[in-house]
Design a protein. Structure first.
Length: 292
């Protein structure tokens, strides 16, 4: 960027073109999000202030953001923000970036007809968006969220605090059901819902991933063994022990895993009437299974 008086429109045009030349997906959107973040403006405000000059105090950090995006650092890690179901959440390299596809998993829970307060367990909470959104929408529910990563739990707690849900969500450190078992040695704790967005990518498919994902997001949140089912297999096998009568297991799966997951569920006699729900792209992506 040579010395000149840069306006918002100039920066957006130049950055979009530079991102496009470097094969960055969504070049215009990324330029708008990064500049808006730096200037404290929404994308709409940027367009209303097209002619506003941007001075060196902002040009220098904007150059650094551009360099990091060219190196394929995800935009959400550069802004430390991600919107999920119309709420803003903090994210950084310690956690998997929430995807829009996961919103349908939460919506499935929220649209289920329930007349009583529920006990819900989220496994592998990561940034805590699922537990926090459910707490915001269902303030009477008792929610427990676990994660193997202490770093991820720190982010989840930060998001729960931002949305005033810390009193409602109990965060536990450990692998899947282990922290629940540790505080309930008699096995008396049962849940109406067990929810999880597990890792489900085959380790052998890592080279097929975008560098934004492969090189920056936590491996523990992405990969699940040679077949991508290592965690899903454990969830399906172990969940009935922790589900109350008529309790439900709901989880997100990969878009090619429906048949394999259906076989795993059908092999467990504890489940009745399992359903695989299609996403908006008509892919079976959500598993919903109840116990007797």
């Amino acid at each position: 960027m040579p010395n000149k008086i840069w306006r918002v429109v100039d920066l957006l045009d130049w950055t979009s073109q530079y991102f496009q030349q470097n094969a960055i997906p969504n070049p215009r959107l990324d330029a708008e999000v990064l500049l808006g973040h730096l200037l404290g403006k929404s994308r709409l405000q940027l367009y209303l202030d097209f002619e506003m000059p941007v001075f060196q105090e902002n040009l220098t950090p904007f150059r650094e953001l551009i360099k990091k995006r060219i190196a394929r650092t995800p935009v959400s890690y550069l802004t430390n923000q991600k919107e999920f179901m119309s709420l803003e959440f903090y994210v950084d390299e310690r956690v998997f970036i929430p995807r829009p596809e996961t919103e349908q998993l939460v919506e499935t829970i929220l649209t289920t007809q329930i007349n009583t307060s529920q006990r819900l367990l989220e496994l592998g909470t990561g940034s805590g968006v699922i537990a926090t959104i459910l707490a915001v929408h269902q303030p009477e529910w008792d929610i427990t969220a676990t994660d193997l990563s202490e770093d991820a739990l720190a982010v989840a707690k930060k998001n729960a605090e931002t949305h005033a849900c810390t009193a409602q969500i109990k965060f536990l450190s450990g692998d899947l059901f282990e922290p629940v078992k540790a505080i309930d040695l008699n096995g008396e704790t049962q849940f109406d819902w067990i929810v999880c967005n597990p890792p489900y990518i085959k380790k052998t498919e890592s080279e097929n991933l975008s560098p934004d994902v492969r090189d920056y997001e936590p491996e523990i949140a992405l990969f699940a063994g040679d077949d991508g089912l290592a965690v899903i297999r454990r969830l399906i096998a172990e969940a009935p022990e922790y589900l109350a009568p008529n309790g439900k297991l709901i989880l997100e799966i990969g878009d090619t895993q429906a048949d394999a997951v259906r076989t795993l569920i059908n092999a467990e006699p504890a489940y009745r009437s399992p359903k695989l729900i299609k996403d908006y792209a008509e892919k079976e992506r959500i598993v919903l299974a109840s116990v007797s």
